[in-house]
Ligand binder design. Structure first.
Ligand SMILES: Cc1ncc(COP(=O)(O)O)c(C=O)c1O
Length: 428
């Protein structure tokens, strides 16, 4: 029996998570997933029969538009959609009672569930609304002095760059940005670039685990190990790596981590998560203030005011769905889908791929360009003539069209993408 099959069986027997009697996953997907599991052949490269069951679990696989910008925000599988609807209908009966007295009780079990997925202690997990909120909380919460230095890159996400720049403007924190010419196929080169920028005043390194513009995987563990030897802390932006790469947050050896959950985890739009190493929690000031700002309780970061508890509670079904596929299998599939279209596109005259296709350096996201055309022109032709939704990227030294498949993406959709790129490159 495969490990996965025995996991499913064991989970079912214990009534845990995805297969718990009261989970919507159990009601809506468990049967088809169990059938799909029987189709899985670990020795085979072709498990399309298995993946077709996963695709069917997403209504987005039948969308009129082929969606290939899942890096921006992802759709949810049916169980998450139904959960959100169910909680919304319940809240509509009287939010002050159903949200604050009933759904509120679901937060601690959800924290444990997310912590299990992240391989973390639940007391290190705060639930919030997106990666911007999580990382801005860390950036503005760090007790830095005038003259303290922070190293980031020009290719980090704008919301975090702006946060660091605001600290520079208001408080005189010195924010330095490296610049990389991606793709880079040397982890050492990246680590060295950070190391060379360190001075005795460096306190923080900010690193984006997967660069959103082109999908480059950054060697976070090696950067953290190097930084810690020098007493420097590391903030990790995991918006594009969480529920994509098969890792546990503590394995990264970072100090602070933030992610959205509405990207690859497929949780409802407006869900995010922050992780802070336990002994660092007391010194981080909450962005949205709490009565005990220096507390070591991670919950001090959840004084977010009135917000949607239905969105928060439906995260649980997204975790169920993720667990049922498994992190490793999902990472391998996303890498396969990226390679599937990108290797074919690379052979088209006039087409350039902007991302390393090696599994160590990219997973779901890759970028391409067509000679003589701006990314926005390629993006609009893909949409207007071929009904394919991607995103044109022009940022610092990067100019490409970003393509992000998800587990629900069908190979025939990627074939259409490649055909469309061919026509655009040939100007037909
Ligand atoms: C690398 C990275 N970090 C953070 C974010 C912000 O995510 P959110 O808009 O969910 O806060 C994004 C969004 O695309 C991103 O690409």
């Amino acid at each position: 029996m495969s490990n996965r099959r025995s996991f499913l069986k064991k989970s079912a027997a214990l009534g845990l998570g995805a297969f718990g009697a009261d989970s919507l996953f159990n009601a809506l997907h468990a049967q088809s997933f169990s059938e799909a599991e029987k189709l899985w052949n670990p020795a085979s490269q072709d498990n399309e029969a298995y993946w077709s069951v996963i695709q069917d679990a997403y209504t987005a696989s039948r969308s009129e538009v082929i969606i290939l910008n899942n890096g921006g925000v992802s759709p949810s599988p049916v169980s998450v959609q139904v959960a959100l609807e169910k909680y919304n209908l319940q809240a509509a009966q009287g939010p002050s009672y159903y949200m604050w007295r009933i759904m509120d009780k679901g937060r601690e079990p959800l924290r444990k569930h997310l912590a299990a997925l992240a391989g973390a202690d639940p007391d290190e997990i705060a639930i919030n609304r997106n990666a911007t909120e999580a990382l801005n909380t860390v950036i503005f919460g760090l007790p830095l002095q005038k003259g303290d230095e922070v190293i980031g890159t020009m290719q980090d996400y704008p919301n975090m760059i702006q946060a660091w720049k605001q600290r520079q403007l208001r408080e005189g924190v010195v924010y330095k940005q490296l610049s990389f010419d991606f793709p880079v196929e040397s982890e050492e080169q990246i680590v060295k670039a950070f190391e060379n920028a360190i001075t005795p005043k460096t306190k923080i390194i900010h690193v984006t685990h997967i660069i959103n513009w082109v999908g480059q995987i950054m060697p976070v563990r090696k950067i953290c190990d190097m930084a810690h030897k020098r007493g420097i802390e590391v903030v990790v932006d995991g918006a594009h790596s969480f529920a994509v790469l098969d890792y546990k947050i503590p394995d990264l050896n970072c100090d602070y981590f933030g992610t959205s959950l509405h990207k690859f985890l497929s949780a409802p739009v407006g869900s995010g998560m922050m992780w802070i190493k336990k002994d660092k929690i007391p010194k981080i000031w909450p962005l949205l203030c709490n009565s005990v700002p220096n507390s070591g309780d991670i919950r001090k970061f959840e004084t977010l005011g009135t917000r949607s508890f239905p969105i928060e509670q439906a995260i649980g079904e997204a975790v169920n769905f993720q667990e049922a596929i498994g992190n490793k299998r999902k990472q391998e599939r996303l890498h396969f889908l990226k390679k599937y279209w990108a290797e074919k596109a690379a052979k088209i005259p006039g087409v350039k791929i902007h991302t390393s296709l090696k599994p160590e350096f990219s997973c779901a996201i890759a970028g391409f360009s067509v000679d003589g055309l701006k990314p926005s022109e390629v993006d609009s032709q893909l949409f207007q003539k071929h009904n394919i939704h991607t995103v044109g990227i022009v940022w610092e030294n990067i100019s490409c069209v970003r393509v992000t498949p998800h587990v629900y993406t069908k190979l025939e959709h990627l074939d259409k993408l490649v055909g469309a790129i061919e026509q655009i490159a040939k100007r037909v």
